[in-house]
Design a protein around this ligand. Structure first.
Ligand code: GLN
Length: 210
């Protein structure tokens, strides 16, 4: 039965899959797990969760999903990556593993574990372009930042100039949320906070409203 709700997959090879499924469901999407190419072909959009980008990269190959997923992203399927997902969607990664694969979709260079060198985890309230209401409470866990981005990329959020990171001069003002056409990415984990506004933004992108 068609409900009119968009069908959004969560790449379910590793990482915090359940939290994304829950956030998508409370944002008006039909959410399903994606582990095979046939499942990928049935979704209108895909979330790539937080986790470990090198592990997800390896499993993409094992499950025969690497090329099908690259092809769907090249074909403008909406995609949203949080943390490890942002790393996978980036065109280029600094401090990654030699053999880690990139899916493309975002014309950015990300630095893996960028905040993690200073502290494993930190939290900060961020102004987020396109998300109405109060600032978004952002949870960073061994998070990347966007080192540089092309002019085609919209910067949606940055950490503050005095970030809540011990010894955080290097982290000041870093880009932590971006959008390029149908691809959205955050260095942090909105799926962990119970605030579904970022997922709602993605659902509306999949619906073609934004
Ligand atoms: N540091 C992890 C990586 O390289 C990402 C961490 C996360 O997703 N919380 O993939």
């Amino acid at each position: 039965m068609s409900t009119g709700e968009p069908r959004i997959g969560v790449l379910a090879l590793q990482g915090d899959v359940r939290e994304h499924l829950a956030a998508l469901r409370s944002s008006g999407a039909r959410a399903t797990t994606v582990r095979r190419a046939t499942e990928l072909s049935e979704v209108d959009g895909l979330v790539i969760p937080g986790g470990e980008s090198t592990t997800i990269s390896r499993l993409l190959e094992t499950f025969g999903l690497l090329e099908p997923l690259r092809a769907r992203i090249a074909g403008s399927m909406p995609a949203y990556g949080s943390c490890a997902g942002m790393i996978l969607l980036a065109g280029k990664v600094l401090d990654g593993r030699e053999d880690q694969h990139q899916l493309g979709g975002l014309d950015v260079i990300v630095r893996r574990n960028a905040f993690g060198r200073q502290v494993d985890s930190f939290e900060e309230d961020l102004a987020f372009t396109g998300v109405p209401g109060p600032p978004v409470h952002a949870v960073f866990i061994r998070a990347p930042w966007v080192e540089s981005s092309s002019p085609e990329v919209d910067v949606l959020a940055r950490v503050s100039d005095t970030p809540n990171v011990p010894g955080g001069e290097m982290a000041a003002g870093r880009i932590v949320a971006v959008r390029q056409g149908p691809v959205l990415a955050t260095a942090f984990h909105p799926e962990l906070t119970g605030d579904t506004r970022v997922h709602r933004l993605f659902v509306e992108m999949v619906e073609g409203k934004l």
